[in-house]
Ligand binder design. Structure first.
Ligand SMILES: Cc1cc2nc3c(=O)[nH]c(=O)nc-3n(C[C@H](O)[C@H](O)[C@H](O)COP(=O)(O)OP(=O)(O)OC[C@H]3O[C@@H](n4cnc5c(N)ncnc54)[C@H](O)[C@@H]3O)c2cc1C
Ligand SMILES: NC(=O)c1ccc[n+]([C@@H]2O[C@H](COP(=O)([O-])OP(=O)(O)OC[C@H]3O[C@@H](n4cnc5c(N)ncnc54)[C@H](OP(=O)(O)O)[C@@H]3O)[C@@H](O)[C@H]2O)c1
Length: 451
């Protein structure tokens, strides 16, 4: 397998680089390219949204009223012009002809490219139930959606959010917080919230907190159909167990579908998304793809951290710099709801090979669970005090063998360091002494069990 990029410096400097999509991946790629002396001189970016790329992550605090729209701006249109980047906004690329290396937009514009980057992101996945196309059913993906949700919050009534993952919960809490006497229900198919990130205990803690704030959370909900009123607007949500919920609005947050259609129509290799290699090259060497529209070794993406690493590889490649290719590593997630601290990575369920370390302070609502395999952290769920989350994540990525410090592990880096230092003094009983101090400090709250 190759370990360096295939471009050599200046290969592409006079080429016309065209980027489809002006979202988070596209923007970061442009930032990376324009810093390089060997950047492609002609860059055109075509984005379907009417505004230049913004920080999509901040749509949740924007909806919750915790932030102004200005704060989402990454760069204004003038910046693109100053960088010599031709920015075309409000146009959607509709066709791609790889033989002639041209594309056309919905306004009839035609463009030639030497190298193309597809960075079209993804869209809300729509559950396959009758009524899902009704008026009053929304996704939560872009600024327009955020505006629509804000209007829903202001109007009040009954909002039903389908999906109790990161997006559904941030949308539901944003609506409630921003709302004007709005009743917000969350329908989660699984028996627990954030079933892809949390274990049962953390999911219950989260459900209790959000219920106390006023959200109506229904887990184990099997969506059957949406019913309209006489004007064709959504009015009710029906579940398979016969439960009916009034719904003046429905917000769908049930996962994402990669926008891979352009690649598919153009005959690029696709699966769930556009298939790329470790340099983000598709099955056509003149076309790259990155972000949520691409798939690498069977994985598709929904968080920015791996996308930032893809961007680094692609920016270097497009500037002719030799680079290690992209490789997947685990990602950690945080829920962006004010007053709820939650940090998780790795598997949600312990397998037979995992050792499970638990800490639960019921009074303070503080919960930590670590999954260890052969002394290395493989997964963590932290609820309440999440300050040690990044340290656990670092240890997991580094594959540090923490077996010698396992009795202090639940209390994080500082306690482990005490043990490490004690051990490094080479005193025969120093490690034992430190571990006793550490565990006596916390033992009343700690349970440790093997899976
Ligand atoms: C509300 C919300 C909160 C989030 N919070 C977090 C978070 O806290 N942490 C985290 O890691 N991730 C978060 N995410 C996910 C993160 O925003 C995405 O992973 C990231 O935006 C993906 O970048 P992208 O460029 O691949 O796609 P996008 O940012 O979606 O950009 C794709 C762009 O391409 C445009 N486009 C699509 N098709 C065409 C076409 N044919 N022609 C022209 N343009 C086209 C789209 O309109 C869009 O502007 C959140 C997402 C949402 C919606
Ligand atoms: N803070 C953050 O990091 C953050 C915030 C917002 C968004 N995002 C990202 O944005 C993307 C979209 O978020 P998301 O929460 O929509 O996706 P997600 O993480 O895939 O979660 C979707 C949830 O909805 C459930 N669901 C699916 N179909 C359903 C149905 N018919 N009825 C009820 N529940 C259903 C899923 O359950 P099943 O497992 O049973 O399918 C899952 O729990 C994700 O990639 C996410 O990582 C991240």
């Amino acid at each position: 397998m190759e370990t360096t990029s295939r471009c050599s410096p200046n290969d592409h400097q006079n080429d016309h680089l065209v980027i489809i999509g002006n979202g988070m991946a596209s923007h970061r790629l442009i930032e990376g390219l324009v810093k390089q002396p060997t950047r492609p001189q002609r860059i055109t970016v075509i984005g379907a949204e009417p505004t230049p790329a913004y920080n999509r992550i901040l749509l949740s605090p924007l909806l919750a009223g915790e932030m102004q729209q200005d704060a989402l701006t990454l760069r204004d249109t003038a910046w693109y012009a100053e960088q010599g980047v031709n920015l075309i906004l409000g146009e959607k690329v509709e066709t791609l002809d790889r033989a002639s290396q041209t594309l056309t937009t919905n306004s009839g514009r035609s463009l030639d490219y030497d190298h193309l980057v597809i960075a079209t992101g993804s869209r809300p996945a729509l559950p396959d139930v009758p009524g899902i196309e009704l008026e009053g059913v929304h996704g939560f993906r872009d600024l327009q959606d955020a505006e629509a949700l804000e209007a829903i919050a202001q109007r009040g009534g009954d909002a039903v959010v389908i999906g109790g993952g990161l997006l559904g919960l941030e949308a539901a809490e944003g609506l409630r917080k921003r709302g004007n006497g709005i009743n917000v229900s969350v329908l989660q198919r699984s028996e627990r919230l954030m079933n892809r990130q949390l274990d049962t205990t953390a999911a219950h803690l989260l459900k209790d907190t959000l219920t106390q704030r006023g959200l109506n959370i229904i887990t184990g909900a099997q969506l059957e159909r949406l019913e309209s009123d006489a004007r064709g607007r959504v009015a009710k949500v029906h579940l398979a167990d016969g439960l009916q919920l009034n719904a003046s609005s429905v917000i769908v947050a049930a996962g994402i579908t990669p926008n891979a259609e352009l690649g598919r129509q153009a005959g690029l290799r696709t699966d769930r998304a556009i298939v790329v290699d470790e340099w983000l090259t598709t099955s056509d060497p003149a076309v790259s793809a990155l972000g949520e529209c691409c798939q690498f070794e069977g994985t598709t993406y929904g968080l920015v951290e791996p996308i930032w690493r893809q961007v680094e590889v692609l920016a270097a490649t497009l500037c002719g710099t030799h680079t290690q290719g992209y490789a997947d590593t685990p990602s950690a997630t945080k829920l962006k709801i004010s007053g709820v601290a939650l940090y998780a990575f790795g598997p949600t369920e312990a397998s037979a090979e995992h050792e499970v370390l638990n800490y639960h302070d019921l009074e303070r609502g503080d919960y930590r669970r670590l999954l260890l395999r052969d002394g290395q952290i493989e997964g963590a769920v932290l609820y309440g005090d999440t300050s040690q989350g990044p340290w656990y994540f670092e240890q997991a990525l580094a594959g540090t063998d923490l077996n010698a410090y396992r009795q202090a592990l639940l209390f994080g880096g500082a306690d482990v360091e005490v043990l490490r230092e004690a051990a490094s003094l080479h005193s025969p009983d120093s490690s034992e002494l430190s571990s006793k101090q550490s565990s006596s400090k916390h033992s009343s709250h700690t349970t440790s069990e093997a899976a």
